[in-house]
Design a protein around this ligand. Structure first.
Ligand SMILES: Cc1cc2nc3c(=O)[nH]c(=O)nc-3n(C[C@H](O)[C@H](O)[C@H](O)COP(=O)(O)O)c2cc1C
Length: 298
């Protein structure tokens, strides 16, 4: 259990900590009293650090956050909303890379941004796996291609097709529509191209223990943070949905663990997302419009 204390000398009794504590671990009876830390509620503390982040007097100590790790927010460095929107609107998937490795520092900076994404119950459940080994990257692409061959084969089987159509018609039909694309990708791969990782020098995988609530959502949020940091650093990247596709394949248990096992992701963890990263060859010059948002106002 965590230990939280309030220094009565420093506390100005403004009650901000009690106001923002998401689990009412800190409570204030009246404005004039020092907020109380309820021992009874202490076990609910999720160590989000909001109490320490809000206190102007630095009156709070939390066992999870040594005073030396607390930094004042550099407000002067905050981007404007125009700058944030410009970053968001200029992020694009990049699929052609220079034959140049990314430095460890660059990858660590990207992961540093990823770990600040919100997470359900502040679990910070996302774990990161960095694959830079060219031979392993090639094996990942090859395994996805093998999986695509498996899909073609099983959809060619009339018994499987019937069972799949009965189990979930829409899903099976969308699978069938993919087959020509799968065949094209296999052809590309066999003629020396890599339609899975596009020759990216790094694969950054996001995984988490399968039992963590919202572990999948947390990983996607971390991934999106990573994507934006990478973009700000000028590092090209794209979401490698194909790498995840065997993990998500219905009625194909043998294939669901193939990529995580190949990457050495622990058996209790699920692979939820992966970014291919590298220095981009082209640089986009124009911003392209998106569909107008479908908004309902109630
Ligand atoms: C869940 C998901 C899976 C994706 N999988 C792939 C993929 O396997 N290969 C690829 O080249 N792009 C992939 N993409 C990138 C999308 O094609 C891309 O985001 C979309 O076309 C919009 O383009 P933009 O990212 O440049 O804005 C994926 C994106 C998402 C969100």
């Amino acid at each position: 259990m965590y230990e939280v204390t309030i220094d009565p000398e420093r506390c100005k009794k403004d009650g901000l900590c009690a106001m923002i504590c998401p689990d009412a671990v800190i409570q204030q009876d009246e404005k004039v009293t020092i907020p109380k830390i309820s021992n009874e509620h202490m076990e609910r503390c999720i160590a989000c650090g909001q109490c320490m982040a809000i206190c102007p007097q630095a009156a709070i100590s939390h066992s999870e956050f040594p005073a030396t790790t607390i930094q004042a927010i550099p407000f002067e460095q905050m981007p404007t909303s125009e700058q944030v929107l410009a970053l968001l609107k200029t992020r694009r998937s990049i699929r052609t890379f220079r034959d140049k490795p990314l430095t460890k520092e660059t990858i660590e900076t990207i992961i540093d941004g990823a770990r600040f994404a919100p997470s359900g119950h502040n679990s910070q459940s996302t774990e990161f796996l960095v694959v830079r080994d060219r031979a392993l990257l090639n094996k990942v692409s090859a395994m996805v291609i093998e999986y695509l061959k498996f899909e073609i084969k099983r959809f060619a089987n009339p018994i499987f097709r019937t069972v799949a159509l009965v189990a979930d018609r829409e899903l099976a039909e969308s699978g069938l529509r993919e087959i020509p694309g799968f065949k094209r990708m296999i052809q590309m791969f066999e003629s020396g191209d890599d339609p899975i990782l596009n020759g990216a020098p790094v694969l950054l995988a996001f995984h988490a223990r399968r039992t963590v609530g919202f572990g999948d959502v947390n990983a996607q949020l971390a991934l999106q943070n990573a994507s934006l940091v990478a973009h700000a650093l000028g590092i090209g990247h794209f979401y490698t949905g194909w790498v995840l596709s065997p993990c998500r394949a219905p009625m194909a248990r043998k294939w669901n663990r193939c990529i995580p096992s190949l990457l050495g992701i622990p058996p209790d963890n699920n692979l939820y997302g992966a970014l291919a990263l590298g220095y981009p060859i082209p640089k986009f010059k124009n911003m392209i419009e998106r569909k107008p948002p479908q908004i309902s106002w109630v």
